[in-house]
Design a protein around this ligand. Structure first.
Ligand code: ZN
Length: 190
């Protein structure tokens, strides 16, 4: 059984810019407190009005005393001017997206399971774990390079690693590759 309360909800700030994804559970709390409204089929709903809607299907019905509540898919924050734009988190997955799943030395695409994360300046010699010092590399390039710098190993980086400047919409799209249809216009617009 799906955990309806755990389903994702796209959160928009007052200007209708996407800022994050939350759960149905938290979305309902924010609506109940009057901090947010649900956006559904072109209309905004406060909690009272939302309660009068029927669930779309059984799959997104939340059982409450005396009936069922529709799970919101888009939330519009009323009180907060929260700005989009927290930095992109340094994760293995985000590194692979930045480097397009390619070995940054020999340019092959061996598949996620065969890709390593390489410290350009070796970690064993104090190299930082940072966007600027990490790249994806295939296993054989990783082995060949060992504890050396690219220069020492006579290897060349395809491109200089930098911190990505992805929009919030891009980050949400990477994390939720098949979002609800309702989200798409908001993720495209920004
Ligand atoms: Zn390689």
């Amino acid at each position: 059984m799906t955990d309806v309360l755990g389903l994702p909800v796209l959160v928009l700030n007052r200007n209708f810019d996407p800022i994050e994804v939350t759960s149905v559970r938290r979305a309902l709390v924010l609506m109940y407190c009057g901090a947010a409204e649900a956006f559904d089929d072109g209309e905004l709903y406060d909690f009272e009005r939302w309660r009068s809607l029927d669930p779309r299907t059984e799959a997104d019905a939340i059982t409450i005393v005396g009936g069922a509540l529709r799970a919101p898919r888009i939330l519009h924050l009323l009180r907060y001017e929260r700005r989009p734009g927290l930095g992109v988190r340094l994760t293995r997955r985000n590194l692979m997206f930045r480097d397009a799943f390619e070995c940054q030395y020999c340019c092959i695409r061996p598949g996620i399971a065969q890709l390593n994360i390489d410290h350009v300046f070796p970690r064993s010699r104090g190299g930082a774990t940072s966007w600027e010092n990490l790249v994806t590399s295939c296993r054989s390039c990783n082995l060949r390079k060992g504890g050396r710098t690219p220069d020492e190993a006579n290897m060349r980086l395809k491109r200089n690693p930098v911190r990505p400047r992805w929009s919030v919409a891009t980050q949400i799209t990477l994390k939720h590759p098949s979002p609800f249809q309702e989200w798409v216009p908001f993720l495209k617009a920004s």
